[in-house]
Design a protein around this ligand. Sequence first.
Ligand code: ATP
Length: 328
Amino acid sequence: MIKARGLQRRFTARGRTVDAVKGVDIDVAEGELVGFLGPNGAGKTTTLRMLTTLLRPTAGEATVAGCDLRTDPLGVRKRIGYVAQGGGTSPECRVAEEIELQGRLYGLAKAEARKRGAVLTEQLDLAGLDQRLTKTLSGGQRRRLDIALGLVHAPKLVFFDEPTTGLDPQSRANLWEHIRRLRAEHGVTLFLTTHYLDEADSLCDRILVIDNGRIVAEGSPDSLKARVSGDGVVIGVDDGAAGRAAEIVGRVEGAHEVTVGHDEVRFRVPRGDTALPELLRAFDAAGVAPRSMQVTRPTLDDVFLTLTGRTLRDAETPQETEEPAHVA
Ligand SMILES: Nc1ncnc2c1ncn2[C@@H]1O[C@H](COP(=O)(O)OP(=O)(O)OP(=O)(O)O)[C@@H](O)[C@H]1O
């Protein structure tokens, strides 16, 4: 659905040059839900704007939904949906009118656009609000309307730019459910940017981590976590037994960063869940009885820290943004 090679974007404004995206390769297969994760200013929106034809790449090439980004941007636009940050609803328009208008813009006949609007308002829990002025909607309702607008032409590939930024936790969870359903019930391929670790972790099959204009890691949430730091394990033992416990732990394949406390041993291991049964057997054979065993999975923040030496939150810097220099 997406194949991009060496995509770059340089901005020049007031004599200053910013290399916002420094040559990224992206592959997304049909039906995947892929997250593009990175701190503020990492280059997520710029990449998304290139892939959706809103910004011309300085270099590189891409095929999006089967069309070449450079030679057939119109083909790309017809086949994709784009749910932008903040959306673009008109405050004085009614919900149903807004969706119908968007449908007409995509070339649907009036009756067809109206029918499509009814289906979408139903699917996105907006039924009953169709005569409301969009300015009276709550944040979550407005974001769902943004999604409806992005889906009006039934695209098979939808881009979301930070879909849940600014929403309260309940509305975020509700929106995640809608995003999951889009894929499960309609087979839509989804590509979303986020700087929320929990969002990427809970929603996405695969994550691309971008920092400073470059992709620094790629994989499923679990494989990223396993690859970078491994699971943390803490074994509680009786006073005085920690030394013997540490000897046993030292024989476990892949165990590292072993530290011995008074009544506990801590270590890291690639897969805590598979190491524990082996450990239990070894403890049993040695006649040492552990009092407790605890496994903690690393977070995506640990991944980012290992890759860049900074946490995602530390990495967030205020943006300096000029007006975008248009357009494909
Ligand atoms: N039109 C522009 N002119 C100059 N610099 C720009 C422009 N747009 C983006 N940039 C710069 O490019 C870099 C990447 O910005 P981008 O908006 O793509 O990051 P982002 O990862 O989407 O961040 P956020 O999470 O805050 O949306 C930043 O340094 C930003 O200031």
